[in-house]
Design a binder for this molecule. Structure first.
Ligand code: IPE
Ligand code: IPE
Ligand code: MG
Length: 239
């Protein structure tokens, strides 16, 4: 914090596992959904901070394929919250030059949420300041499995030569097609795990785990993570 970084030290793509809403709620003697609601202002603060720092891509893990196993009330509450946020923030996203995108199994989402999302994606598609990528019904293994299925179909149709498959071919079949890999991966609430998030894409991402719970994570915490990143020695296997 306080350290002014040179542009080369600013990650182009930051990905965040937004965790700890439930624990925040129980600390405040509130229902879990209040924790998710409280996390909303962190999303706004972090998107704004990303723009202010010149980060170009921000991916937020908002709902995993595994999260469908949660109690129905919580899932429904989260879906309602998501829909409301998109509706209420659409104008602001336009003003800030934010392009909304998603990765994940959009087909799993309730129709009302999907429609809200697709409208916002369409309306913001020409914006170029920040790509805000929401990972929704996202799972890395299912993403890789679907990529393999798609490549298999192309091979079968004679459109893809198996000998010519490169890492770029694989990347181009993932939900993140055309999006550069994350440079910095942040996880809040202290858990030291990846939870099926962007397994292929984070090969060389720098990892930053903070004990701060997601609803308490704001622009200062984001700046702290960037300052930490700026001090890292990224080697990519070299010396
Ligand atoms: C993260 O907070 C949000 C989602 C996974 C949707 P959690 O709901 O996982 O919060 P904790 O981990 O129970 O504290
Ligand atoms: C990861 O958090 C998924 C999201 C942040 C959306 P979880 O809370 O679901 O992960 P686990 O269960 O602690 O691994
Ligand atoms: Mg959690």
């Amino acid at each position: 914090m306080g350290k002014k970084s040179n542009p080369a030290e600013i990650p182009r793509h930051v990905a965040i596992i937004m965790d700890g809403n439930g624990r925040w709620a129980s600390q405040h003697h509130l229902p879990r959904l209040s924790g998710h609601e409280a996390g909303r202002k962190s999303v706004k603060a972090v998107a704004q901070a990303a723009i202010d720092h010149g980060v170009r891509y921000l991916t937020l893990y908002a709902f995993s394929v595994e999260n469908w196993q949660r109690p129905r009330d919580e899932v429904q509450g989260l879906m309602g919250l998501l829909r409301g946020v998109i509706r209420e923030e659409l104008n602001e996203m336009g003003k800030e030059g934010i392009r909304l995108r998603t990765i994940g199994r959009r087909q799993d989402l309730p129709e009302a949420v999907r429609e809200e999302l697709e409208g916002a994606i369409e309306r913001t598609k020409a914006n170029t300041r920040l790509d805000l990528i929401l990972a929704l019904s996202y799972g890395s293994r299912v993403e890789i499995t679907e990529a393999m299925q798609a490549m298999g179909r192309e091979i079968k149709a004679g459109k893809l030569d198996p000998e010519k498959i490169t890492e770029e071919t694989v990347s181009a079949h993932l939900y993140t097609e055309g999006i550069p890999d994350p440079d910095l991966l942040i996880r809040t609430s202290g858990e030291m795990r990846i939870s099926n998030f962007m397994l292929w894409q984070i090969s060389y991402a720098e990892i930053y785990v903070t004990p701060v719970l997601w609803p308490d994570f704001g622009k200062d915490e984001f700046a702290k993570a960037l300052a930490d990143y700026a001090g890292r020695d990224r080697r990519f296997g070299g010396i």
